[in-house]
Design a protein. Structure first.
Length: 367
């Protein structure tokens, strides 16, 4: 439940960014810098979350992070100036980083390996499907009542989930809310093939997924005749990712992680071919190629995210923190570096996809 409502919240925030920035006198460049700082803070907080989770316990860390996130959102609504707003905005990412780590470990501890993969796949698919309609819903609320009420409407389910987790934790008792102190350090985890292999696959895929997800709207803006057309294609891209995740959830009990990952590599290869076709027959083929590459998310990321936690139970909190840190850092770095590349979109798509395929292939030899 926490996984779904929090993912929806942060994805649905995007349409509110311009109004937030304008209301607090922030330029587009300043606000984008703030977003970049938030992602860096999220990544660092993944590492810092380990002792916090050990002190609070898995369920309490997950529940309190939801309540704190709701309070931070309330602080955004009442912020008297840009400085306070920026502080509350940054705090949202910090507390969510702790909660997201605790949630992943709690889910993996509560269910088996196969069930964990299905849970990630289907929950992520549900988020993607709902995200198709969320921009319209959020936009309607913001148009009728302002961005503050839209923000409160988005964060209310998260706050309630946090309260529910705390109540359930109290009813069950503290004996069910434990997080064993990790035995291995960061270096020891990175040297363990069953952890380093899946993490390398995650990093490799994020090197193409994150930059292409950011670049796609700009590609469409240069071709589409209206904002509606751009939104329609982006919705189709979300649907493609959702379908890939749903298929992954269905395949999990039937095929191995290695077979899923190989399927993802084939899909990325197909997207790369379509992008090459776009160099000859026009940008629409390149856009289709990008959407195909993005649709491989479930086939690569779901088994990688799950397998990265197939370490000793006492090491899972650190494994989740380190994998989350590396994923966030590499995603942000890839977006920043490719954003500075002034080149034909098709060339960038092909180059990124080939690097991702090569990295994922190496991960299969490592893990």
């Amino acid at each position: 439940m926490r996984f779904v409502v929090v993912a929806l919240f942060f994805d649905a925030l995007v349409p509110l960014f311009p109004a937030m920035a304008q209301n607090h006198g922030m330029s587009e460049a300043v606000f984008q810098t703030l977003i970049g700082c938030c992602y860096v803070a999220f990544a660092l907080a993944q590492l810092l979350s380990v002792p916090i989770i050990h002190a609070l316990g898995l369920y309490r860390a997950a529940g309190l992070s939801c309540i704190a996130l709701g309070l931070c959102a309330g602080g955004l609504c009442m912020a008297p100036n840009g400085v306070v707003f920026a502080g509350a905005f940054l705090a949202m990412f910090l507390v969510n980083s702790v909660g997201s780590n605790a949630t992943r470990v709690a889910m993996r501890t509560a269910v088996g390996e196969s069930a964990f993969k299905r849970l990630i796949a289907w929950a992520s698919s549900a988020v993607e499907l709902k995200q198709i309609a969320m921009p319209f819903i959020v936009g309607a609320i913001a148009s009728a009542a302002g961005w503050r009420w839209a923000l409160l409407a988005l964060v209310a389910p998260i706050f309630l989930v946090g309260v529910w987790i705390e109540v359930e934790r109290t009813v069950r008792g503290d004996k069910h809310d434990v997080s064993p102190v990790d035995r291995s350090g960061w270096c020891a985890l990175l040297q363990e093939p069953r952890f380093s292999g899946p993490v390398l696959a995650m990093v490799g895929f994020q090197m193409v997924f994150a930059p292409l997800a950011v670049r796609l709207p700009f590609m469409l803006t240069g071709q589409a005749s209206s904002v509606f057309s751009v939104g329609l294609v982006l919705s189709l891209a979300n649907m493609a990712v959702a379908v890939g995740l749903a298929i992954t959830g269905w395949l999990v009990p039937r095929v191995s992680s290695r077979a899923l990952t190989k399927t993802g590599m084939v899909i990325m290869g197909l997207g790369c071919v379509l992008a090459l076709v776009g160099e000859v027959h026009g940008p629409p083929w390149t856009v289709v190629g990008v959407i195909v590459v993005l649709s491989a998310f479930g086939f690569v990321m779901v088994p990688a995210m799950a397998d990265a936690l197939n370490v000793e139970e006492a090491d899972r909190t650190s494994a989740a923190a380190l994998s989350g840190f590396l994923q966030a850092v590499c995603s942000g770095t890839a977006v920043a570096m490719t954003g500075m590349v002034i080149s034909d979109h098709g060339v960038v798509v092909v180059a990124l996809t080939l690097v991702a395929i090569a990295t994922v292939w190496i991960s299969q030899r490592t893990g």
